[in-house]
Design a protein around this ligand. Structure first.
Ligand code: ADP
Ligand code: MG
Length: 386
């Protein structure tokens, strides 16, 4: 599922006249559980996909940055590292250029590069093609310029690139997942202090499969709704006198809801975030005690909370979850921000074909676009491949 490093190196040589100094790969991700918790200082639990962005990169010392993507038509884009400025670029090149900008702004002497990349992470499906792009470039520059930054530090710089240079208000999950995940594991990440733990999640070894169902829809109001949810969570934290909703313990949820009185909208948001953090902790306990199948109902509960309390689901995502569970899946839920994008389905290996068929038939019957269904094997984080 990854671009071959050989074909990327070959194309690099055609474009720039010499072989690259090296080739690096960084994956997309799906979030197993912990949705809309990252901007509340809470817990998330992503794992890396086998799909990766692959980059051939050579170091330059003359201040020139040259960028090319196999997935976007057009010639090599040439920039000057000194002239990089936030929100000046509306093209795809803002992601890699933003990483160079963020590294330089943090005081790292990155003096230019030639970059060619190709990605198998579907763009805009909620699987974090943007973080894969950022992290692969950050890791390559880290190695080529001897920066000795750790994965979580690269993730922070990539987040800064996307927040400030690209201008997208994203949390820290995607970049950390792409930089730090390990094969056969999910990453339990505390988004407050970035402490992390690798949690065993080797489904194949236990006779299970995890499917990603990309609904191939993105409802247009998603960005405005995201902003409203964020603002509502901040209001909830302020009303409860805490820094972030993460600070409301699950055991004190009822009391907190009482204190919010008739703020019905805020109460729902608070209930989702606090119960979702608790669900992440439950999933961690279940996986660490080897009770993998028991996470199924927790995923379904998480979906109901996102649908009914946080209100970020949509008919397509609900249909995936309802159909998959009715067809015998162990559990399912929407993943990512919502209003479209992808859902995940956990199923016994023997049930995968029937569950997939049921979802495809239900989509056809509802008149929805044909969904893209693929298996997600928990895979490696960013690494040098050549
Ligand atoms: P997601 O991260 O969920 O896939 P985003 O909107 O955050 O969606 O990022 C998608 C953007 O990332 C694309 O519009 C494009 O600018 C950039 N991108 C992703 N993959 C590639 C690629 N292979 N080549 C060039 N740009 C890419
Ligand atoms: Mg993204």
């Amino acid at each position: 599922m990854s671009e071959t490093s050989g074909s990327v190196a070959e194309r690099f040589e055609q474009l720039y006249g010499a072989a690259p100094d090296g080739v690096w790969a960084a994956p997309g991700r799906v979030n197993l559980i912990g949705e809309h918790t990252d901007y509340n200082d809470g817990f998330v639990m992503p794992f890396a996909l086998p799909h990766t962005a692959v980059a051939g990169v050579s170091r330059r010392d003359d201040g020139v940055l040259r960028l090319h993507s196999a997935d976007v038509s057009g010639p090599v884009v040439e920039l000057t590292v000194d002239a990089l400025a936030p929100e000046s670029d509306k093209r795809w090149t803002a992601y890699p250029a933003g990483v160079v900008w963020a590294l330089r702004e943090a005081g790292h002497a990155v003096t230019g590069a030639d970059i060619h990349l190709a990605s198998t992470v579907p763009a805009g499906a909620g699987l974090s093609s943007s973080a894969a792009l950022e992290v692969v470039v950050a890791l390559a520059l880290n190695d080529l310029f001897g920066l000795a930054l750790r994965g979580w530090q690269l993730a922070r710089l990539c987040q800064r690139a996307e927040n400030v240079y690209v201008g997208a208000p994203v949390g820290i999950m995607d970049q950390t997942a792409s930089a730090c995940c390990e094969p056969g594991h999910a990453l339990f990440l505390d988004t407050r202090d970035l402490s992390q733990r690798q949690i065993p999640f080797d489904l194949a070894a236990e006779g299970m499969r995890l499917l990603v169902v990309d609904t191939r829809v993105k409802h247009s109001h998603s960005e405005g709704e995201y902003g409203k949810r964020r603002a509502g969570c901040e209001k909830g934290a302020a009303l409860l006198g805490v820094d972030a909703l993460r600070d409301v313990p699950f055991g004190e949820l009822d009391a907190a809801l009482k204190r919010l009185g008739d703020e019905e909208e805020v109460r729902r948001l608070v209930r989702h975030v606090v119960t979702e953090d608790a669900r992440v902790e439950r999933v961690v306990r279940l996986l660490e005690s080897g009770d993998t199948r028991a996470i199924g109902p927790v995923l379904v509960e998480g979906h109901a909370s996102l649908r009914d309390d946080f209100r970020v689901s949509c008919p397509e995502l609900d249909l995936v979850v309802d159909t998959a569970v009715a067809a015998g899946a162990l559990g399912a839920r929407m993943t990512g921000g919502g209003f479209g994008g992808s859902a995940i389905v956990l199923a016994e290996e023997a049930d995968v074909a029937a569950v997939t068929k049921a979802v495809e038939e239900a989509f056809a019957a509802a008149g929805f676009k044909t969904p893209r269904v693929f298996e997600a094997v928990p895979s490696a984080g960013a690494r040098r491949v050549r």
